[in-house]
Ligand binder design. Structure first.
Ligand code: HEM
Length: 521
């Protein structure tokens, strides 16, 4: 049975072979036929079959995702095992219930044909088909990110992609990669995570997913708490070293997931959450809008919520994975976004790119459709590929046949907050605080073997940087994390003692420098 409550892709796949026809349904005697004049003459424009065949082929490609282009996924079920009605009024989490899901995993920087086992964060996206509409979790496999200022995102991504002149990736020329880190030191936590033991997951089945951003759980009284979601693999975590990754097939992760599901080894994840009130955030000194940091687990322990299981492979990759459109703004009431500026920007960016990548009516594509059994109507009409154009239903709020409106039960306006103030330019600054968590990761979480491998990973990757000044700036940022780490990276690059060991007077082109000053980030 299909997990999609829309036209079944599997049924299409298992259907009778059928009669070969042109796209207008007219049967053709053979697929390899072209009309020509005589045996050596030119082709005929009247040959609809050939024109139909070639012109459709010419348009087979749609733009790949601008980031996270290489990926794969499957369908399955989300089940709430530990309902949280006191925290969240969304029925999916307030009750012991379940819903069909589609999950897509991805790398971030590479193109759609790039290798699965690259050292890169991984995307972990889940589309929940709930009775209240579709909700998407568009998460990564790391609990933190490179930036907390959304205006940096396109710049940062450009530095992870191909050089505009040489067209080389950072594997062959890492100059722009390390230039970014040296000028935007708040990214060092995520760079350390990336270069460390968890930088290349062994499979998608053996990795975690994290909301990274803070969201808000809202209960039926309209009371809310901050939350972070963790999706933890029941298979455990496994990672690869650079050498192990180099041995793998380019489509290793795709192959692993597909074959595990075919074998009936269905991967599962526990869904857990952390919660925090605004006053607890102040007491604990946690900036809930700062994506470069985690919430301490000892003060804010993980609580169980539910389980994800993937048990159905796709029948058609393009229709079910390439066309799936995740959007962090697809939320159901009861789970609300925080004010994290990166999250707020993402709420805009995803539907914007979907309209470009798969068209204005992307929500009507089978894999993206909300369950039609839960009669949803609206006033959106027409546009390219308007397959579900709502028939004769009035396209305005008519007094003759108005739609039903859902009774408002919770005042979400209050949840969103009451703000006033002058428009200000968002300041992105780096302070001592930015080095505390990476230092802990380096000194307390990594084993000695992890530390040695991480040094090799960083200096190996840095060895393709063509500018010594850029390297010295980046090593100066590593020094701020740990002096021995920086020295060990610098040694094989011939830069021992040739980088700054005090960044208080440094000028970064990406971040205001608050180091040594008593200013929050
Ligand atoms: C994909 C923008 C930060 C997770 C994408 C895509 C865009 C984008 C345009 C392509 C979507 C598509 O074509 O379908 C941004 C912007 C960001 C940002 C503007 C910051 C300002 C993040 C963060 C995370 C994240 C912080 C994780 C916590 C993902 C994932 C995908 C994705 C998982 C792949 C979705 C899929 O599987 O289709 N992002 N992103 N992004 N992004 Fe982001």
């Amino acid at each position: 049975m299909s997990h999609l409550n829309v036209r079944s892709f599997a049924e299409d796949a298992n259907a009778e072979p059928g009669v070969y026809s042109a796209s207008n349904g007219v049967a053709m005697p053979h697929a390899y036929e072209a009309q020509r004049v005589g045996t050596e003459g030119p082709l005929l424009l009247q040959d609809f079959h050939l024109v139909d065949l070639l012109s459709h082929f010419d348009r087979e490609r749609i733009p790949e995702r601008v980031v996270h282009a290489k990926g794969g996924g499957a369908h399955g079920t989300y089940r709430t095992t530990h309902p949280i009605p006191d925290l969240c009024f969304a029925p999916l989490f307030a009750e012991k219930t379940e819903c069909p899901i589609t999950v897509r995993f991805s790398t971030v920087g590479g193109e759609s044909g790039s290798p699965d086992c690259a050292r890169d964060p991984r995307g972990f996206s889940v589309k929940f088909r709930t009775k209240q509409g579709n909700m998407d979790w568009v998460y990564n496999n790391t609990p933190i990110f490179f930036l907390r200022d959304p205006a940096k995102f396109p710049h940062f991504i450009h530095t992870q992609k191909r050089n505009p002149q040489t067209n080389l990736t950072h594997g062959d020329d890492s100059t722009q990669f390390w230039d970014y880190m040296g000028q935007n030191p708040e990214s060092v936590h995520q760079f350390l995570y990336l270069m460390g033991p968890r930088g290349i997951p062994a499979t998608w089945r053996h990795m975690q997913g994290y909301s990274g951003h803070t969201f808000k759980f809202v209960n039926k009284e309209g009371k809310w708490k901050y939350c972070q979601i963790h999706i933890l693999s029941q298979q455990g975590t496994q990672n690869l070293t650079n050498d192990e990754a180099a041995e793998k097939s380019p489509d290793e992760h795709q192959k692993d997931l597909f074959s595990a599901i075919e074998r009936g080894e269905y991967p599962k994840w526990d869904v857990k959450y952390q919660i925090m009130t605004p006053s607890e955030a102040i007491d604990a000194g946690v900036n809930v809008n700062d994506l470069t940091k985690t919430w301490p687990r000892d003060k804010f322990p993980l609580q169980p919520l539910g389980e994800i299981k993937l048990d159905q492979n796709v029948a058609n990759y393009f229709a079910e994975i390439e066309q799936v459109a995740f959007n962090p703004a697809h939320l159901v009431p009861g789970l609300e976004p925080s004010n994290d500026p990166v999250l707020q920007s993402r709420l805009f960016s995803y539907p914007d790119t979907h309209r470009h990548r798969i068209g204005v009516n992307y929500q009507q594509l089978p894999v993206n459709q909300p369950n039609p059994e839960h009669k949803h109507v609206n006033f959106q009409r027409d546009g390219g590929m308007a397959f579900y154009n709502q028939g004769p239903r009035p396209n305005y709020i008519s007094s003759l046949a108005p739609p039903k409106f859902l009774q408002r039960t919770v005042d979400l306006d209050a949840v969103h907050g009451d703000y006033e103030g002058n428009a200000i330019s968002f300041l992105s600054g780096v302070s001592e605080e930015d080095f505390v968590q990476p230092r802990e990761l380096w000194r307390k979480v990594f084993s000695e073997e992890d530390r040695q491998n991480t040094i090799k990973n960083i200096s190996g990757h840095m060895s393709t940087c063509t500018d010594k000044g850029i390297l010295a700036n980046a090593i100066a940022v590593w020094h701020q994390v740990d002096a021995d780490l920086a020295a060990a990276i610098a040694e094989p690059l011939g830069l021992k003692g040739k980088y700054k060991t005090d960044l208080r007077e440094a000028v970064f082109n990406g971040s205001h420098n608050f180091l040594g000053r008593d200013v929050g980030t």
